[in-house]
Ligand binder design. Sequence first.
Ligand code: ZN
Length: 405
Amino acid sequence: MQNQSNSYDLVISGGRVLDPANDIDGRLDVAVSKGKIAAVEANINTINTERVIEAEGLIVTPGLIDLHTHASAGIRKPFNEEFLVTPDTAGVSAGVTTIVDAGSTGALNVGGLVNYVEPEAKTRVLALINIGSMGVANLPEVKSIDDINHDAAVDAIQSSAIVIGVKARMVTPGITALGINLPKAAKAIATETGTLMMVHVGDIAGQDASAPEITSTLLTEIMTEGDVVTHTLSGEIGALLAEGTLIPEAIQARNNGVYFDIGIGGGNFAFDSARKIIDAGFIPDTISSDITAASRFAGPVFSLTECMGKVMTLGITFEQAIEMTTSKPAQILGMASDLGSLSIGSNADISILELVNGNFIFHARSGPGGKGTQAIRPVMSVKDGLPMPLDYGPRPWGWLPSPSK
Ligand SMILES: [Zn+2]
């Protein structure tokens, strides 16, 4: 009996399909029809398929999700002078199909992102508004309570489907001026709108001696189930290590349902701090890049896949790294039925990746810090069923040792 051959728009054939949400890891084909996943099976008949992509030797995963980026380029300055990247630089050009802009804009200028940046992007764009009304267009974004506009923030979130919550940075001078009232103000906005709150821990300036105490209060008294801590593996004052030990409030918050995102960033990730936290058994939920133009072009972030390679030097497996950039962030976003899996009927967002073996040195801001035997090279992004070539990834081969094989 001949198998019936369905007509598909696209079949990605012969790759290793890795779909943590559905517990799938095997040599399978993925079929796409009308922008949705239509089938995940072995040996799909492609006679009536519009386009077949051969993925032999490659890995086919749900479209990668970067939960923390700065991708509102153009809201303030010409693109080439901006310290924000475009959504596609962080996104489909680097093998990532969904990005969350984490607080580049605030209640009073998020319209620039919603009306002008997002419509130009091929990448799926979501946004958290900064607690500071002008976001990073007016750094430091919070100098006093006057920089926070609760009603405008609530209105901004309620007015746009892509604005999915609020972001607060626990940094000076805002934290010095407002103390715990800074994250409290963010929580009030998230609570009123029923949306996500993401909080940046770790005071880059490192000048505020009260930072560790404030972080403990934040984790146990302000943050609740579904909220997200970003910069989990930071070595900065006010992050999750106190005198080299993971603070117990982090474990308490996790038990309360708070999520922990990595948010590598320029200076928000340190290999020695990361090892202490991971070795304590505290595995973050998600890997994100916190990418900006500087950290994309001069390093040490470069791309989400490069960040995944960094985290894999800490003992996180490739399979875990995929889960931390697909099903986990989709769950945090409350979008697991559409994103982060290859379930039949979900959005046909797919990343095709190559796992490259070799001897790799990964860098943090302080310099080289992690040795790995695997790096991830993005090969193709498929967003809503549309294949897109990449123009980047995963790492600058000239600057870092290239694979030895
Ligand atoms: Zn950030």
